[in-house]
Ligand binder design. Structure first.
Ligand code: PLP
Length: 403
């Protein structure tokens, strides 16, 4: 079938919720993708910060093949060996701190949804029926289900779907005074990212973190960290909160945890997790043997291949190269982020949408974000030469869009 016929079929029978133009990829290996015309692209989108081991990784292919041939799904009515093993790895990893129990899901939204339910149960059990209020931050992104859309602090996304979940308030990022006045006796939790991904690579200030910690200690307000994008080594530590000097009550994971296969999780301290009793929450497919087998392979590879270190070293190389491009072109206001979660903030002189298209012309895939930011999200096993190649392409894209 001709590509144009295939895409016409897609336009006919799939929802028009995504703007994909003519982009169709057929295969991939490592940091590279091949399209329907056999053209090769360097992939710094990685399925939106997801394919942390690159495309067609041998370990993932092997884990999927072996587990699929053995046992794919039994439901959570029964024990499941790969899930038990993966839960232990997550809670016993250096840096997990007092996080002790894992609930597996299929996606990031489902992980956040579960975390919000758990926070409400905790609030009601501990501080009475009215303790259900959730605080989140402006420019945050937490998912597309009703509860996570409500928690997402981007009003343009809310417009058509009101009424939202009652008891949700938004505080501007890094505004400690607003946070303090929003946090009352009816507040059960604050949900936030340490570095906002979709929102433009915006990082929490240390002062704001100190305020969050004081609310946690003095008012028993739970800190839920959405590590869906920042987790699993993306920022140079397994979980990003390790670098921010506080202990979460709940974290949520997805994206990198399955490296391209759907799996998510929320992980909580015993004191919080114990409030979910038998029947309080569930999922049919979440963390099934196949998904958990992939999670185990991903987790092991992060440590065997020293990917946390690679994330830091290659992240530094990428950020340094981008700062050089900033100097040479004068249209980049800031290069920000941690590890391999990097945002390039453009000045008003250029639009990041044009840069994204110019990168595509150079056979390089990048992701957009709010506030005129381009996100660079290579796989965590990206090599020095691949970063060099990407920097050349990016420089050329920025220079061309100046003309
Ligand atoms: C992608 C993302 C989500 C939603 O994950 P899905 O798997 O798409 O449901 C939630 N939070 C953050 C921070 C994300 O980046």
């Amino acid at each position: 079938m001709k590509t144009e016929d295939l895409l016409a079929m897609g336009n006919e029978s799939l929802f028009n919720t995504y703007k994909r133009d003519e982009k169709l990829f057929i295969s991939g290996k490592g940091a590279y993708l091949k399209n329907n015309n056999d053209e090769v692209y360097i992939d710094f989108v990685s399925g939106i910060a997801t394919n942390i081991l690159g495309h067609a990784n041998d370990k993932i292919v092997e884990a999927i093949s072996k587990q699929a041939a053995k046992l794919m799904h039994t439901s959570n009515l029964f024990w499941n060996q790969p899930a038990i093993e993966l839960s232990h790895k997550l809670v016993n990893s250096t840096g997990a701190g007092s996080l002790a129990k894992v609930f597996f899901t299929n996606s990031g939204a489902e992980a956040n949804e579960g975390a919000l339910k758990l926070a409400r149960k905790y609030g009601k059990d501990t501080h009475g029926d009215g303790c259900t209020k959730i605080i989140s931050l402006t420019d945050s992104f937490h998912g597309r289900t009703m509860a996570t859309l409500t928690a997402t602090g981007q009003t343009d996304m809310h417009e058509y779907f009101k009424p939202l979940l009652p008891g949700s308030v938004y505080v501007p990022l890094n505004d400690s005074e607003a946070l303090k006045s929003a946090a009352d006796a009816k507040t059960c939790a604050v949900l936030f990212e340490t570095i906002q991904g979709e929102g433009g690579i915006n990082t929490l200030s240390s002062e704001f973190i100190a305020t969050l910690k004081s609310l946690q200690q003095e008012k028993d307000i739970l800190l839920i960290i959405d590590e869906v994008q920042t987790g699993m080594g993306r920022t140079g530590t397994l979980f990003s909160f390790e670098q921010f000097g506080f202990k979460p009550d709940i974290i949520t994971l997805a994206k990198g945890l399955g490296a391209g296969y759907p799996i998510g999780a929320f992980v909580a301290t015993d004191a919080v997790a114990d409030h979910f009793k038998s029947g309080d929450h569930g999922t049919t497919l979440g963390g099934n043997p196949l998904a958990a087998a992939v999670g185990n392979a991903v987790f092991d590879e992060i440590f065997q291949a020293d990917l946390l270190n690679n994330s830091n070293i290659r992240g530094q190389q990428l950020a340094d190269g981008l700062r050089q491009i900033a100097k040479n072109t004068g249209v980049i206001a800031e290069v920000k982020g941690l590890g391999l979660l990097i945002g390039v903030q453009f000045t008003d002189a250029v639009s990041s949408a044009d840069i994204l298209n110019a990168c595509f012309e150079e056979n390089m895939l990048v992701a957009g974000a709010k506030h005129n930011v381009i996100r660079l999200l290579p796989p965590l096993n990206v090599t020095e030469t691949e970063i060099d190649e990407a920097l050349l392409k990016f420089a050329s894209a920025v220079e061309k869009s100046l003309k």
